[in-house]
Write a protein that binds this ligand. Structure first.
Ligand code: XIL
Length: 382
């Protein structure tokens, strides 16, 4: 939020004491969203997607001093996903120390807003983004067998804590490179193969038998070497089961419920994959009895000095609509999660070197005004 804008919002709120959908402590957002600085057209986005959950990644610190962030997230979306709250460096920042404050804050916000709560990315070590420090140094330094033990303990602890509160968890994130080879990252090195993935899922299933367990990957939306490898892994996890107790009865459950396709899309000219190619790929996963979901949808477009052109904004709007429409056509698509909803708070522009020349990836602009994408997504869901 820009300073001037924030000042104007606070002033307007103080003068008007408006009923603009503010969230009372312990209560749900008020139904009206027609007035006030964080206003968007009725009805809220979350009410448009029958049978699907339209969610957003959420970071509690973004709500500090930025009223519209919390208000719009709470009012418009059907689910909140921990953006960083359940990453290893957040929940286990130092040896022997756990910190659930951020994840709890997201869980509490979801409960207050009567939203679904989803936890993201427990076992992840992005080799191309080591600067993010997702796997802390003290974990990397552990001998392989101990790091493996740490991994299963971490999964047990986090998933167990949110059993009954979180509907879904991304147990393993981005295991493959673009050729479909398992990334030789800190977790892979614990078993030198895919056994670490099986073990992480087994720990998650035992910790919360009814939580939906997801495998998550980027750039795997169409048929490719990478999505072929993902499919083979998904099949293996689906075919592996473990005995759990549900409602007092012992039963066997498969290790996998769904596959998340991140869907960090590119909205420049000729950069969007063909819808039929995505549909054909996703069908291979749903044919295994798995749910699918777009888990981190955003659409970055070319920008100059941070500004996008009108044509690119229209193209971006079409991409958002396409992804929503595609999900609607696939029976086992549970919905989509956007990876942030305002250009003021976007991982795409947080790391300018990573996506140089691109930005403006979200549904609302930096002042929380609707971009063409907001309206086209709404139309696609109706
Ligand atoms: C990003 C978050 O948005 C950032 O705040 C954090 O610093 C790094 O991770 N793929 C994923 C997400 O699976 O977890 C990443 O989120 C974006 C790429």
């Amino acid at each position: 939020m820009k300073q001037g804008r924030l000042g104007a919002i606070l002033l307007a709120a103080a003068i008007a004491a408006c009923a603009c959908g503010s969230v009372e402590p312990g209560g749900a957002p008020s139904p009206s969203n027609r007035a006030g600085p964080c206003a968007l057209p009725d009805p809220p986005l979350r009410d448009l997607a029958e049978g699907r959950t339209i969610g957003t990644a959420y970071r509690s610190s973004f709500a500090d001093g930025d009223r519209c962030y919390a208000e719009i997230a709470g009012r418009e979306f059907g689910s909140l996903t921990t953006e960083i709250g359940t990453m290893t460096n957040t929940v286990a920042p130092a040896a022997g120390r756990f910190d659930f404050r951020e994840a709890d804050a997201v869980a509490d916000a979801a409960r207050r807003n009567r939203q679904d709560f989803q936890i993201h990315s427990l076992i992840w070590d992005p080799l191309d983004q080591q600067v993010w420090g997702v796997v802390p140094e003290y974990v990397r330094a552990l001998p392989d067998a101990q790091r493996h033990r740490f991994m299963t303990d971490l999964v047990t602890k986090v998933v167990g804590r949110y059993a009954g509160r979180a509907s879904t968890v991304t147990v393993v994130n981005e295991p493959f490179d673009q050729r479909g080879t398992l990334q030789h990252n800190a977790w892979w090195r614990t078993t030198s193969g895919d056994q670490y993935i099986v073990d992480a899922f087994r720990a998650a299933r035992l910790a919360a038998p009814t939580m939906k367990l997801y495998l998550n990957e980027h750039s795997a939306e169409t048929v490719s070497d990478k999505s072929n490898a993902l499919l083979a892994l998904a099949k293996k996890l689906r075919e592996t089961s473990v005995e759990v107790v549900v409602d007092g009865r012992a039963e066997r459950r498969p290790l996998l419920d769904g596959v998340g396709f991140q869907a960090h899309m590119l909205g420049g000219a000729d950069q969007q994959p063909r819808t039929e190619d995505m549909r054909a790929n996703l069908r291979r996963f749903t044919d295994l009895g798995l749910d699918v979901r777009f888990t981190e949808l955003d659409v970055r477009i070319p920008t100059k000095d941070g500004r996008a052109g009108a044509e690119d904004l229209q193209r971006q709007a079409r991409v958002y609509a396409t992804m929503a429409g595609l999900c609607r056509q696939i029976e086992r698509c549970t919905g989509l999660t956007v990876w942030g909803f305002t250009d003021e708070r976007s991982w795409i522009t947080d790391y300018p070197a990573t996506f140089s020349g691109y930005g403006s990836a979200n549904l609302l602009d930096a002042n929380y005004a609707a971009k063409p994408a907001w309206n086209s997504l709404r139309s696609a869901l109706r």
